[in-house]
Design a protein around this ligand. Structure first.
Ligand code: RET
Length: 267
């Protein structure tokens, strides 16, 4: 299929294209709002949290523009064993694969983790581990979506991606929760941690149930709305809550230990 045909397919499916345009609009609005909210922030750590959080809608607007343009979407023929196997590689039978989503998660989700880690008062070792595992999760998730040679290997990639995800969850739930208590940011960190963990768990579930996985949900529009809906909360609402707190509590952030601290035990 040509890019124009894919673009046309998305345009003709109002529900599908709305799921993408809504995010372009909200990301644009968030960028303007966050720039305005951060105009008086002076503490370097608070500024860094702002930059990281602001990158989230910036990556998102680029990601969604790629999807509506049809440049980061394909219709892939599934390997035998898959519920939709052997039905061709176009919209008549191939599986709608918005691979640009998975690719751009590798840029947006590390920003979320950097902002969260800085808020928790992480050291460099933990931040590096969380970001590296997160990028691993996204790239192997992309591999799962792109594998057309073997059904088994799609799920092997999925399993590898989940293993990386467990590392991210461990750092969020165990390490940074403890760090945030010591840093005096536990209250806001816990709210954002729960929001993040609950929503992030939704992504592998949607992937597993959607057309690319078990194909229990086959509509591209429904799957796309599921991701788009989670994105709205996990990205824009998340960043808004975080940045509003940082503006109101700049002193607390400024009083945290400088830098990323030595990579030593903290308790
Ligand atoms: C995949 C499939 C393979 C297994 C796992 C996944 C996890 C994805 C996650 C994505 C989070 C995305 C966010 C985007 C906002 O910008 C790749 C779906 C574990 C957790 C928060």
């Amino acid at each position: 299929m040509t890019q124009t045909e894919i673009y046309q397919f998305i345009q003709d499916n109002t529900l599908l294209s709305a799921s993408l345009w809504v995010n372009i609009a909200l990301a644009g609005f968030s960028i303007l709002l966050f720039v305005y909210m951060g105009r008086k922030v002076e503490d370097p750590r608070a500024q860094l949290i702002f930059v990281a959080a602001m990158m989230v809608p910036l990556v998102s607007i680029s990601s969604y523009t790629g999807l509506v343009s049809g440049i980061t979407v394909g219709f892939l023929e599934m390997p035998s064993g898959h519920a939709l196997a052997g039905m061709g590689a176009g919209p008549e039978g191939g599986v709608f694969t918005p691979w640009g989503r998975y690719l751009t998660w590798a840029f947006s989700t590390p920003m979320i983790l950097i902002a969260l880690g800085l808020l928790a008062g992480t050291n460099l070792s933990k931040l590096f581990t969380a970001v590296a595992a997160d990028v691993g999760m996204c790239v192997t998730g992309l591999a799962a979506a792109m594998t057309t040679s073997s059904y088994l290997l799609r799920w092997v990639w999925y399993g590898i991606s989940c293993a990386f995800f467990v590392v991210v969850l461990y750092i969020l739930l165990a390490e940074w929760s403890r760090d945030a208590e010591l840093a005096g940011t536990a209250e806001i960190f816990d709210t954002l941690k729960i929001l993040t963990v609950v929503l992030w768990l939704g992504y592998p579930i949607v992937w597993g149930l959607g057309a690319e996985g078990l194909a229990l949900i086959q509509s591209p529009a429904v799957t796309s709305w599921a991701y788009s809906g989670m994105d709205i909360v996990a990205k824009y609402l998340f960043a808004f809550l975080l940045l509003r707190w940082v503006v109101d509590n700049e002193r607390t952030v400024a009083d945290m230990a400088p830098g990323l601290g030595p990579a030593t035990r903290t308790g």
